[in-house]
Design a binder for this molecule. Structure first.
Ligand code: HEM
Length: 414
């Protein structure tokens, strides 16, 4: 029988930082495999990559999320006891709450709101010497997210809220002051949103049915009880925080327009191409590196013995660049999506599988809508120059981003 190779090194925790986004693919794909065993933080971890690996990772009969996330991630990025940590019926019920926010009407209104804020920011940029696109689009999206979710945002707090929402994301993998600031950002944000949830419940804050603030405030769990106000706040933050993070994809999209200028005219004029460009931005550029789950019960798969409770990691970046799935995976080719069959386990920048049955990101459609709206705006309504700058990004630094944040100048609205 073929033995699944195992790392001979005692512990690969440091290699995660050295290899970054390529930590898993270097080990799994380079050996032409779907699974590979290594040790991280003293634990035996099964690394999965590719379409077959993703299918197994998203098989909820064999994997669960109990204790799959380290405390440092929960105290910054996600919030404790939220949907990301749930399994079974309780997870399905909570997931329906998120999916109920994504109606066609809600997505149409998201487009209108996004466009309005692009207009306002483009106006403002016209008078500026230079614009750091990443910083500006974070604020643009913070305003968009709050308006869409029904969260009131005072003008004087916009900057602080934007900073906190992005620090929660950027600080989870950091050590030292950056990580501590990330925890503080979460605490401040939870307090802010929890007070709003209480105001909605007491009728002090108006909220429209169908908005995230209303639905989180009024949601009842499987036993018919309302969510604890802090829990409702954490789930509402699970809507606005990732929406702000779409600024990373917008920044990478701007880089793509610059690096591959032939894409601009087509994105401006063809709606189908705009979607293919958006999908290629989500596939090609590094964002989420990998995700974790735990083995539900002992089983054998591809001659590897998975042990109950064992940590498993799926390769997100590597699967999006798997040469078995994508021809010339390291080239930016939007038209590859002309022949894409819409697989649930190949394009997985926001997780794989079924929205309702598993943990796939419920925000994928809104993300695609916001990106299309933004890229359409940039190609149809904005003229700008790209000055000399260091827009390189490193696959060793997670999360990745162009160093300059992508600077544009001489911005004009058309
Ligand atoms: C889950 C990525 C935008 C809400 C996830 C997962 C990933 C992801 C990788 C985990 C899948 C898993 O655990 O298996 C992203 C990226 C985004 C984005 C890259 C764009 C920048 C959004 C938006 C929303 C959202 C806009 C809300 C409107 C969520 C929620 C979950 C989730 C609530 C947890 C789902 C669950 O555990 O069942 N996302 N997401 N995300 N995302 Fe997103």
């Amino acid at each position: 029988t073929v033995k699944v190779p195992k790392d001979r090194t005692i512990d690969n925790t440091l290699a995660i930082f050295k290899d970054g986004y390529e930590f898993i693919s270097k080990r799994v794909q380079n050996n032409h495999l779907d699974v590979y065993e290594t040790r991280v933080l003293g634990e035996k971890v099964a690394l999965l990559s590719g379409e077959e690996g993703a299918k197994l990772f998203y098989d909820t009969n064999r994997m669960n999320r109990k204790n799959a996330l380290p405390g440092r991630v929960l105290k910054t990025l996600f919030g404790e006891d939220a949907i990301q940590t749930m399994d079974g019926k309780a997870h399905t019920h909570r997931k329906l709450l998120f999916m109920s926010l994504m109606t066609p009407e809600a997505l149409a209104s998201l487009k209108v709101i996004t466009n309005k804020h692009w207009d306002q920011f483009a106006n403002k940029w016209e008078g500026k010497k230079k614009v750091v696109l990443y910083d500006e689009t974070r604020e643009l999206l913070c305003r968009t997210a709050c308006e869409w979710a029904g969260v009131p945002l005072k003008e004087k707090e916009v900057e602080k809220r934007t900073r906190d929402l992005s620090n929660m994301i950027d600080g989870f993998s950091a050590v030292g002051p950056k990580h501590i600031e990330s925890r503080r950002a979460r605490k401040r944000t939870e307090k802010w949103i929890e007070d709003l949830i209480l105001d909605v419940r007491e009728g002090k804050q108006q909220a429209q049915k169908g908005t995230a603030i209303y639905e989180m405030a009024m949601h009842k769990d499987l036993h018919g009880n309302p969510l604890d106000a802090r829990m409702a706040a954490i789930e509402l933050i699970n809507v606005i925080r990732p929406l702000v993070a779409i600024s990373k994809f917008i920044t990478f999209g701007a880089l793509a327009f610059y690096q591959f200028p032939r894409t601009i005219a087509k994105a401006a004029n063809e709606d189908d191409y705009l979607l293919r460009f958006t999908q290629e931005v989500r596939r090609y550029y590094p964002f989420v590196p990998f995700l974790g789950a735990r083995v539900d019960h002992d089983f054998t798969w591809q001659q590897y013995d998975f042990k109950e409770g064992q940590l498993v990691m799926i390769d997100i970046y590597g699967t999006n660049h798997d040469p078995r799935l994508w021809e010339n995976p390291d080239e930016f080719i939007p038209d590859r999506f002309l022949n894409w069959n819409g697989g649930l386990y190949d394009l997985i920048p926001q997780g794989g599988g079924d929205y309702y049955k598993g943990h796939r990101c419920p925000g994928e459609q809104p993300t695609i809508e916001i990106l299309k709206t933004s890229f359409r705006y940039m190609t149809n309504h904005l003229d700008y120059e790209v000055p000399k700058q260091d827009y390189s990004y490193s696959l060793r630094k997670m999360p990745a981003l162009p160093k300059s944040g992508f600077i544009i100048k001489n911005v004009h609205r058309q």
